[in-house]
Structures are given as C-alpha cells and as structure tokens.
Design a protein around this ligand. Structure first.
Ligand SMILES: *Cc1c(COP(=O)(O)O)cnc(C)c1O
Length: 229
C-alpha cells in the first residue's frame, strides 16, 4: 500500500473511533481529501485507495487537475475564497462549493451553472471567530443570506462551513464548532432544510466530529505537509 493509502486508512479508523465515542454512526461523517498544491498523480493515488471526494482552493490549479482526471469518478469540492471572475469556471467544474459568503457570488454561480448538470451544492462559509483575516459571512447575517440563497434556482443550499480561529485546545475548538452547529439549528428551525456541517481539518477533526460535523476537510493528515506556494 502507498503512504497515502495508509494515511487514509488510519484517518478512516480515527473518524470511526471518534464517532463511536460520541454515539454517532461513522457513516454520517464524510471525508473530503484536500488536495490543493498536490498533483494529479497524488490525487489518483488517493483515488486508487478508495477516496472519491476531493477539495481544492485555487481555481486554475484545480481545473487543470479536474481535466486530467476526467476518467475517474471524482466528486470535486471548491473550498477556497471565490473571486467573481472565477464563478463560471467553478460553476462548470465542481459539484460542491463550501465558501459562499455573499449573495452576489451566489447569484453568479447560479446563473453560470450549466443546465445539464445537477444544481451546485452549496455551503455558506461563516466567520465564526469574527477574524478580519478570514472570509465568511458574520454569524448574525447567516439566516438572511440562507433565505436569499435558498431561492436561487441552480444552487442547492446544503449547510454551513467554518474555519475557526487556530487553537490547539480541544475545549476552545469545540466551543467554535458548537457555535456553528447552533447556527445551523437556527436556520433549520426557520424552515430551511440543511443537512451539512462542513467543519474539522487535520488538527481539529476530533472536536468537530464531537460537535456534529458531517464532513471533515483533511489535507495534511493524508498528503503530508504542503510546500508553500
Ligand atoms: C487547506 C484547507 C483544509 C485542509 O487543511 P489541513 O490542515 O491540511 O488538513 C481544509 N479546509 C480548507 C478551507 C482549507 O483551505
């Protein structure tokens, strides 16, 4: 088995163990392999080891990989900041977008989604820690944005995503993830169906699963350290 295969196996086991300790079924936590900065061969390695969903941050880099790996049944997720001049490429090449944080971008993605593809699956990125360095909608604006986006014809709103302030303390990590879970509950209680909490990365996935994550986005723990761009 390749190193990536071994990492994936260990990670699946980890996810299953953590899910079990908090009384959750492991199948309710999806694993998104974040392959930004890694090449198509590396993605193919993970694919051969059973991984099907991959996350990318940079449109140009991602589209090159997507085209090269056309022959594989990969589900591609866009998780990076969205510039308005990249919305067409994103709408044409991805199944999911986790980083929608304003109506203007959502409208453009809906307009650009090709009619022969299923609606684009969307999560709203929430700036849960209110950090000026991070993108994301403010918590108090989530419900109103969710209402607007749920009306767009070519998008399907699935849930909320966050990248909380960095912390090595499980209690701190859990407090942020719990906030996102409560926000999702609020939106659901207002009558908008959401089934996804996209939260947890290599360093905080245990805390995220304990707080109800349904999708963890993991790069380093699968592919190793990224070279800085
Ligand atoms: C890079 C990235 C990840 C993966 O982070 P790791 O710490 O390498 O697991 C997850 N989510 C987003 C939005 C990212 O940009």
């Amino acid at each position: 088995m390749t190193l990536i295969g071994a990492n994936l196996q260990a990670l699946r086991q980890r996810v299953a163990e953590v899910a079990k300790t908090c009384g959750r079924d492991a199948s309710t936590v999806r694993l998104l392999a974040v392959s930004k900065t890694f090449g198509a061969e590396t993605v193919a390695d993970a694919y051969e080891n059973g991984q099907r969903a991959f996350g990318e941050n940079y449109v140009q880099e991602a589209v090159a990989k997507i085209l090269r790996l056309r022959h594989l049944l990969i589900e591609w997720h866009f998780i990076g900041p969205i510039q308005s001049n990249k919305t067409i490429a994103i709408a044409e090449h991805f199944s999911w977008v986790h980083s929608v944080d304003r109506i203007r971008i959502a409208q453009r993605l809906s307009d650009a989604r090709p009619s022969d593809l299923a609606p684009l699956q969307v999560c709203l990125q929430v700036n849960i820690g209110g950090e000026s360095s991070k993108s994301g909608v403010a918590p108090q604006d989530v419900l109103s944005l969710a209402r607007q986006i749920s009306k767009l014809p070519r998008l399907m709103l699935r849930g909320l995503m966050t990248i909380p302030p960095a912390s090595d303390e499980p209690a701190m990590q859990r407090a942020y993830f719990a906030q996102l879970r409560r926000l999702k509950d609020e939106v659901v209680n207002a009558g908008i169906v959401l089934d996804t909490l996209s939260m947890g990365m290599s360093n905080d996935l245990d805390s995220a699963i304990q707080e109800g994550s349904t999708l963890v986005r993991v790069g380093t723990a699968i592919f190793g350290k990224r070279q800085s761009k």
